[in-house]
Design a protein around this ligand. Structure first.
Ligand SMILES: Cc1cc2nc3c(=O)[nH]c(=O)nc-3n(C[C@H](O)[C@H](O)[C@H](O)COP(=O)(O)OP(=O)(O)OC[C@H]3O[C@@H](n4cnc5c(N)ncnc54)[C@H](O)[C@@H]3O)c2cc1C
Length: 501
């Protein structure tokens, strides 16, 4: 059995995907059972966007034993309590998708039904008053979730914004300290075993040869191994997610950084704003069918908070995924496995999801087909559930009548999404499978935010007198407002954690 063990793992690519994979493998490979080598090209560089995360990042940080204070300092990170959506229902409309939970610590999902029941009866207070993360974010405050499950603060959730280049460098230092070898050079030759078709070695432009048993393709949108050699094929999702270009530009920070990402809808796409300690990241995401690059660039530049620090950088992409992310001894992680769209910041989560599945299905040298098949099934399901959540934002804009948005309002949505919408509007329920990334609070925030309304609630709630339900909601609203007011400002908390207060 032991002679079938993997001896050498080769990671092609040193962007966020490559260095996250390297850091994770280095951590679990102690004492070392196999070598890990990462090849990256300074000439090609990294995509350099991908600066907002979601709370699942904590899984990865725990895995690699990340020191939060050091990470915040080295990557110029800020905290993120959610995303503010501006203009998705026309004009200056706004809603917030918070991390964490709605309601009090003991309410769980019944909170939604309590609130829907009250609001169907004319209750004037919005659901956003029942999310501590929303209240904190809007007041530019921050606090971490309390470990005590009875505390109101246990309902908070958070992630980070960070500088993508500094993050890759941070992970590189950690990985190299744990024994990962780095090779700089542009891979120009890829060799395969003539009988099995397995990749056997990569040769760089300097003539350096790197051999391996297992190859992780983190080469970004180039997908050099999974597509270039293994011909996986691409499943195009542009009929659901029509944007295919982005222009990214950093600008000067003009105020204290807020603890949330902002996503502002424009006539032909949307714009992100990601606050970091040293600058603000911005970008416009658009469909080339509905806008030219110059028009997109002038909209982006006209909507910056501060002075631009560079010229806008154009990035072309296609939404969709590889038909298979694991073929023979090649596993694609990161942009090489596909890309949905930056809205809701899910790509880094999908990198982690790929890493988690690779670790639990870590193969022997023969990489059994069953192992690859299982990876492709479970990873594929993950990507599809994220896709449906993103499509909801595009398909359900209200009050926007520009050609892009009219096109999206008329499109047929995936069946899984349609079912979720029907369940919610008829019964107030959010139906999820156990593995779905976005949970009840996220779906509730976006379904409500995009204008869908539940027409009923769980009938079991009728066992509680209506005035008791109202009294609970009023009391909780008051407690939440008071709790939010006690939190420190985001900047103050950041300084405190980094030890620079
Ligand atoms: C516009 C936009 C906005 C985004 N925003 C977010 C966000 O907010 N949140 C989020 O989670 N994700 C976001 N993403 C996705 C995120 O950027 C990526 O998932 C993440 O950066 C990982 O990229 P990567 O490592 O797969 O690819 P890359 O960063 O492109 O790295 C590819 C690596 O492969 C190397 N390479 C390529 N070819 C060769 C070769 N021949 N030889 C040697 N080395 C080679 C390169 O040098 C590089 O090191 C965004 C993506 C886009 C396009």
């Amino acid at each position: 059995m032991s002679n079938r063990r993997i001896r050498k793992v080769v990671i092609l690519g040193g962007g966020t995907a490559g260095w996250m994979t390297a850091a994770a493998l280095a951590k679990v490979n102690t004492p070392p059972q196999f070598e890990v080598t990462l090849i990256e090209s300074d000439d090609i560089g990294i995509i350099g966007v991908g600066e907002a995360t979601i709370p699942t990042i904590h899984w990865f940080n725990r895995l690699v034993e990340l020191d939060e204070a050091q990470f915040l300092r080295e990557t110029k990170a800020t905290f993120k309590l959610g995303i503010e959506f501006v203009g998705w229902n026309g004009g200056n409309s706004r809603y917030f998708h918070p991390f964490g939970r709605y309601g009090g610590p003991a309410d769980a999902q019944m909170f939604f039904h309590r609130w829907i029941r009250a609001s169907l009866g004319g209750f004037p207070h919005g659901h956003q008053d029942y999310s501590l993360a929303t209240l904190a974010a809007m007041a530019n405050k921050f606090g971490p979730p309390a470990p005590d499950p009875k505390s109101l603060f246990s309902t908070l959730g958070y992630a980070y914004h960070f500088d993508a280049g500094l993050y890759a460098a941070h992970l590189r230092r950690r990985s190299e300290a744990r024994g990962v070898k780095r090779v700089e050079g542009k891979v120009e030759r890829i060799e395969q075993d003539p009988e099995t078709g397995f990749v056997t070695r990569l040769t760089t432009h300097r003539g350096q040869v790197v051999e391996g048993d297992l190859f992780i393709d983190c080469s970004g949108l180039r997908a050099l191994l999974i597509e270039g050699v293994m011909n996986s094929g691409f499943e195009d999702w542009s009929h659901w997610l029509p944007c295919d270009r982005a222009l990214a530009v950093p600008c000067e920070r003009v105020t204290a950084p807020v603890p949330y990402t902002r996503a502002t809808a424009h006539a032909f796409g949307w714009q992100w704003r990601i606050p970091l300690q040293h600058r603000t990241g911005n970008g416009i995401v658009y469909s080339s069918r509905f806008a030219g690059d110059d028009e997109a660039a002038s909209t982006l530049m006209a909507n910056l908070d501060g002075k631009a620090l560079a010229d806008p950088r154009l990035i072309r992409f296609q939404t969709g995924r590889r038909r298979r992310s694991w073929i023979k001894n090649v596993v694609a992680i990161g942009l090489s496995s596909g890309f949905l769209e930056p809205l809701e910041s899910t790509s880094i989560h999908l990198i982690q999801s790929g890493i988690a599945k690779l670790l639990s299905l870590f193969p022997t040298r023969d990489c059994p087909e069953e192992t690859a098949g299982q990876f492709n099934r479970v990873y594929g399901a993950d990507v599809e559930s994220v896709r449906d959540f993103l499509v909801l934002h595009y398909s359900r804009t209200q009050g926007r009548d520009e050609p892009l948005w009219r096109h999206c309002q008329a499109m047929a949505v995936p069946e899984g999404l349609s079912l979720k919408e029907r369940h919610f509007t008829r019964t107030g329920r959010i139906v999820l499978s156990t593995d779905e990334l976005f949970r009840e609070a996220s779906w509730f925030a976006v379904l409500m935010g995009q204008g869908l309304r539940a027409t009923d609630y769980n009938p079991l709630l009728d066992t509680m007198p209506a005035d008791e339900n109202l009294a609970h909601l009023l009391r909780l609203r008051d407690q939440m407002a008071k709790a939010a007011a006690t939190l420190p400002s985001h900047e103050e908390y950041l300084r405190r954690v980094m030890g620079t207060a």
